[in-house]
Every structure is written in C-alpha cells, then in structure tokens.
Design a protein around this ligand. Structure first.
Ligand code: BGC
Length: 690
C-alpha cells in the first residue's frame, strides 16, 4: 500500500500534522490519528495548539507511586482504565509508559519513571501496556533510551558501555517490547554514545527490530529530530510534532537525489499505515468517572509505604483522639509532577477533608508553612466542621476564606506548634516541591520550612506522624529519629488525599514497598559524581561538584563508575583533595556555587570538538531551571533540533504556560562534525575524554 503512495505522500506520512495529530491522506483514505500524553492520565489538549492543559481525565498515581505497589495486576487495571478514557476521547495512542531507569534521585522526571530496577520496571510496564492495548489504544514506550536526566537532555550524550546498556538501561525496554508488544516506541531526545537516539540505526533497527522483533512504529519525542533523512535511515518512522513540511521536502529531495534509499521511506510510511489500521479496530466507549476515581484511590492506597511505625502508633483510632493536621500539603495536595504528564483531574481529594471525615474526634488544622502562590487562610481553633471546610475550599489556589491568618514563617510555625501541643496526635504533612520535566533537582532534602515544622512539632508532641509528598526520594535522616512514624505518600494522583486517610486510620494496610533506594545522603548515591554530567557532553562523565564536595571524603570523590566511558582522573588522584581544573582547560567544569546559591556556570572549553563548544553556554541560574533554555547565545555546535522551537525547559514550563518558545534552535552542524559515533572508540581516543 505504501508503495502505491507517491513519494510526497509517503514523506507526508512520516511527520505530524500538528502537535497531537498525524497527517491524513484523504485521496488514499488514510485517517489522521490523535496521539496524546500519558502516562498516568489522558491529557487530551483542549485546543490544537494547546501544549499543556487538557480536558478533564482521571489523574492516576504517577509511576513513582505505582511502582511501590509491586503489583502487576493493579498496573494492568490502570492500563485498562486509561484505555477506556483514551478511546472515549478518540485517542489512538497514549504516550506512555515512561520506563527510563532512575539513575539518580535528582532526576527531574523520576516521578514519571518506575524504578532504579529494570526488572521491576519491565514487569509493571508490560502489564500497563497490555491493559491499555486491550482497549484498542496503542502505547508508546518512552523514552528510548537512556533518557535518565533532564539537564541538557536535548543534546547530552549518555555514554554507557555496552554491557551496562544492555543489562540496565535497555533491559526494561527489551522486556516490554518482547512481552507487552507496544504499538509504538518513542525515541528520546538525547544521544547515546555520541549519536542521537533518533538517528541511531544500531538502536532503532539493529537492536529494537532486529534483535527484539519489534513490529510497530518508532516516533520521535517532541522536537527530537535534528536530521530527517538520517532519522528515517536509522529507522525512525514518525517525526513529531508537525507540521514539518521542510523536512518532508528534504526527504523527497533525498529520495530523488539518490541519497536516501526509497525503500527506507516506503517502509516508514508503511509502518504508519499499519498503525492507522491497528487504531481503526478501536471501539468508541465511555468511562465511569466515579469508578476510575475509586480505582485511583485503591492504587494510591496500595502505593503508600510505611517507613517507620515505632510503638504501633499507626493506625490511628477513629474516635477519641484529637488530631492536629499540620502542613499546607494536607489542604493543598501535591499529587502529580510538572510537564507533559500533567493531568487536569476530574476531581481532587485532599487529606485534610478525608481525615476530618474519617474520625469522629476533633480535627484542627494549621498550614505551618506557605506553598507558593497559595493564599494562607487562618484555621486556628477551627473545629471539625471548619477543618472540613478549609480542606475543600483550599483545593483551588487562592480560594476564598479568611485571609487574616499568620503570614510570617515564624507565626505559621508557632501556630502549628501550639495546635500540636494541644492535640493527642500530630500529623505533619511535608515533602519536596517542583519535580518536573525539563529540570533536574538540586537536592534530596525536604524543604527547609518543612524540616523546621517537623522538628518543632516533634519537640512538643511525642505522637507525631510525618506524611511525605514527594515525586522522587527525599532524605529522611536525621529528622526521622525524632518522630515515631513516617508515611511515604509519594505523589498519589487525584485520590491521594483519601488514600492517605485510608492508611492513617487503618482502612487500608500500607503494603507498598520501596522501588528505589533512599540514600542516607546524596553523596552516598553511586551517581553522585557523575550526575548530570558535563553540559553538552557525557551523562556519565565526571561532574565536578565543588559546591557539595566538602561533605564527601576525598577517597570517594574520584571513584569511577561502571558504565562511564569518560574517566577524567586516574586512581592515583584519589588520595588528593580535588581541585577544579583551570578555566579554559579542555575538561570543562562547574565553578563553585556561591554561598547564595545563584549562578553556576560552565567554563570555557577550548577543545576543538564542536560538541564541547556547548560547554561555553552559561547556565544563568541553577535555581531557576526554566531559564536554562534557550541558550544565552547560540551554541556553535547546534546539537539541538533544527527548524523547530525548543520544546521543553522554556520559560514558563514549570509554571504551566505554553512551552512553545519563539526562539529557534541553532542550525545543525555539518554532518559528521557533531555526531561522532563513539561506540567502539577506546577511552583514550574518545573526544573529550582523557
Ligand atoms: C516529553 C514526552 C511527551 C512529549 C509530548 C516531550 O517533551 O519528553 O514524554 O510525550 O513531550 O508532550
């Protein structure tokens, strides 16, 4: 069939028509398909140009939580429910699951990924895919591959030796591809060993199709294609998003000019036709909003991990013990991370309301700290009824209410401490903030105000329970020693508030188990020295972390890691305290972060390698990831996608506004100057690696 299409039609089929649609070919009766995010809900854009807001859909717990259930059956049921919602909205492919390994607890998208363990990831994701596809909706396994960081993700090269790659980073993909048989796979933004994933024939054709027998379609991540011809030649079938008319024309010209094998283009178009045929079998349907909310609640309850319960403090009795609910997160839940997976929920449960409903004893609330953008309301002295009202009303940011409450940090703390001292049990809601696509985290510590709240409350009430909300692991030492109970509540989706109450009052036995390690401190994590790598270079290369190095024993600082192809220090340096290389050296390094923590920057790199020129780019503020893209000045390397906007990390992303920036990425370098395959090169000759 694809061969009956003209070359122009074939080329047209290999790119999108818009942000979320593929191209129809009316003359050949080929329908357009709708593809949308994923993975823990259906984020169908309200309008064709809408990047972030979606129609209402059930926000199920993100993968950071579902992985803690260790329950493939639950994941299958979640996949089925997602399939029902997707088909009710006319969606052909749901962009998920995300199955990259959590290489570091700092990974900005760790909340969207399952685990640091490829087997657990593979087992759970396979059931998710089977459930979804049982409803006639295709999955898109992403991000293939080694997209385990957000920093510079559009041009970083994840350098991994083949054994580590196959046994760790590709293993979950292999399992899901061979057992779950997803209709599509999404190729990642980054390079792997110097070659863009979207242009890697080894990855997309030799391994994925040749070795694993994948028979579906490979699409690009949004804006991940730098060279259409190279991508099609590598085995990439669909470039998203569209329109990409210039690229289509390049394909036609390449076929006509003899530089692209016509059979490759026909094959890509043929795979698109197969996807259209698969999607045609989908039956329209409705979904039960209430039933899906209940399923989200069940999954959330099963995902909660009881980290500590000294003296059997939990579960709490449903009567007879007054409860102080402390911390704004109880009223304004953190229930999902930021970026492309952000769902507009059908409803939102908060823990304060659910706790108030769960017990007949007095429940009183104090916010304890501020959450940015939220107007704090006074609730001191509020009884049961008032507590309930406070919980519901504050679900929306800046919702009405009494604005006369304390507003300085100290006053908020003092109010919470007073309530804690006067109650039988103190529940402190604490956590992290800002886990989002487009930026990695800087720390695994709880927010400072939350730490202080825990400390001060624990000092006045020995029956203090800490309930955590975080998208990636947070350090629990040393504060956990001061409290008898700690409940890990992750990001639990729209029904998380009710699920937390279910666990606290014993309606649900917290049977979740950790799917990732909680380091005692960041410096103990194996990725500490390598994450996120040098800008524009190797994800596994040595990163000089002078700002935090002080707490690391010198003997550990230069430890090399299996999987790193870039080792910049010999073992003899292990006994010496490290010093930063001189500016202008060929290494590139991050200068010490000033005590005020504002500007980190990369040194000038004098290497001739055009890739390394990326290191010239200044990162204006580590604390404001949104400002990282586009580069302050165009990199001379041009490793980013061409002819398209920077689709991610643009200002406003974290805040939820459109990420379609007006800045155009730098043009691509001449072929061969940037994408140096380094698969078989030895360490000694690898550009940039000494
Ligand atoms: C993300 C993908 C997502 C796509 C479409 C990209 O920025 O990396 O996970 O599916 O956008 O929103």
């Amino acid at each position: 069939m694809a061969r009956e299409l003209t070359v122009e039609e074939q080329a047209a089929l290999t790119s999108g028509a818009g942000l979320w649609q593929t191209k129809p070919i009316e003359s050949a009766a080929i329908a357009a398909l709708t593809l949308t995010d994923g993975p823990h809900g259906v984020r169908l854009a309200a309008g064709a140009r809408d990047m972030l807001t979606g129609r209402k859909a059930t926000c199920f717990p993100p993968a950071v939580a579902t992985a803690s259930t260790w329950d493939p059956t639950l994941l299958r049921r979640m996949g089925e429910a997602l399939g029902d919602e997707a088909r009710s909205m006319g969606v052909a492919v749901l962009l998920g699951p995300g199955i990259n390994l959590k290489r570091s607890p700092l990974g900005g998208r760790d909340f969207e990924y399952f685990s640091e363990d490829p087997l657990l990831t593979g087992v759970l994701a396979t059931e998710w895919v089977r459930g979804l596809q049982s409803r006639g909706v295709g999955a898109s396994l992403k991000h293939f591959a080694v997209n385990s960081q957000e920093t510079d993700r559009m041009r970083i090269s994840a350098d991994v030796d083949e054994r580590t790659l196959r046994e760790m980073y590709l293993r979950a993909f292999q399992r899901v591809v061979t057992r779950g048989r997803p209709w599509t796979v999404m190729a990642a933004y980054n390079k792997i060993n110097g070659v863009y994933a979207t242009q890697s024939r080894w990855l997309l054709t030799q391994v994925l199709r040749g070795e694993w027998g994948f028979d579906g379609l490979v699409m690009s991540d949004w804006g991940a294609v730098a060279d259409r011809c190279a991508a099609v030649a590598a085995g990439l079938d669909l470039t998203m998003p569209g329109p990409a008319d210039t690229g289509d024309a390049e394909l036609v010209a390449a076929v006509r000019g003899g530089t692209l094998d016509p059979a490759l283009l026909a094959t890509a178009a043929g795979r698109m036709l197969t996807l259209v045929e698969r999607a045609a079998s989908r039956q329209p349907g409705e979904f039960d909003v209430d039933a899906h909310h209940e399923l989200a609640r069940e999954i959330a309850g099963r995902a909660v991990v009881l980290l500590k319960n000294k003296g059997g403090l939990l579960p709490l009795p449903v009567e007879g013990q007054s409860v102080a609910v402390l911390g704004e997160f109880a009223r304004t839940p953190r229930y999902q991370g930021g970026g492309s997976s952000q769902i507009t929920p059908t409803r939102l449960d908060d823990a304060l309301t659910a706790i108030t409903a769960a017990t007949s004893a007095p429940v009183r609330f104090a916010p304890g700290y501020k959450v940015d953008g939220l107007r704090i309301r006074r609730s001191r002295g509020a009884g049961r009824g008032a507590g309930r009202g406070a919980g519901r009303g504050a679900g929306g940011r800046g919702a009405g209410g009494d604005a006369n409450g304390p507003d300085t940090a100290e006053a908020l703390l003092a109010e919470a401490v007073e309530l804690a001292a006067a109650s039988d049990v103190a529940l402190v809601f604490a956590g992290s903030a800002g886990e989002t696509e487009g930026a990695d985290r800087d720390s695994i510590d709880l927010l400072a105000a939350h730490l202080e709240l825990i400390e001060r409350v624990a000092a006045v009430n020995p029956r203090t329970v800490v309930v955590l909300s975080n998208g990636a692991v947070v350090r629990t030492t040393p504060w956990d020693a001061a409290v008898p109970a700690v409940v890990e509540g992750w990001l639990l989706g729209q029904a998380g508030g009710s699920a937390i109450a279910d666990v606290l009052f014993g309606r649900v036995n917290p049977s979740g188990r950790l799917a990732e390690t909680i380091p005692l401190r960041l410096a103990d994590h194996p990725s500490y020295l390598d994450f996120p790598g040098r800008t524009g270079m190797c994800a596994t290369a040595r990163a000089f972390t002078w700002d935090t190095g002080a707490s690391t024993p010198a003997s550990r600082r230069w430890r090399t890691r299996s999987g790193s192809a870039c080792r910049t220090r010999r073992s003899s340096t292990a006994r010496r305290a490290p010093r930063p290389p001189a500016p202008g050296s060929t290494c590139g390094y991050r200068s010490p972060t000033p005590a005020t923590g504002t500007a980190a920057r990369w040194s000038r790199c004098t290497s001739a390698c055009p890739v390394r020129e990326c290191a010239v780019r200044r990162v204006s503020s580590r604390l404001s990831p949104a400002s990282r893209y586009p580069p302050a000045r165009p990199s001379t390397c041009g490793c980013a996608s061409t002819g398209t906007t920077w689709p991610i990390g643009t200002p406003g992303w974290a805040a939820g506004s459109s990420r379609a920036a007006s800045t155009t990425a730098p043009s691509a370098p001449p072929r061969g100057t940037c994408d140096r395959p380094r698969w078989s090169t030895s360490r000694a000759t690898t550009p940039g690696c000494r």
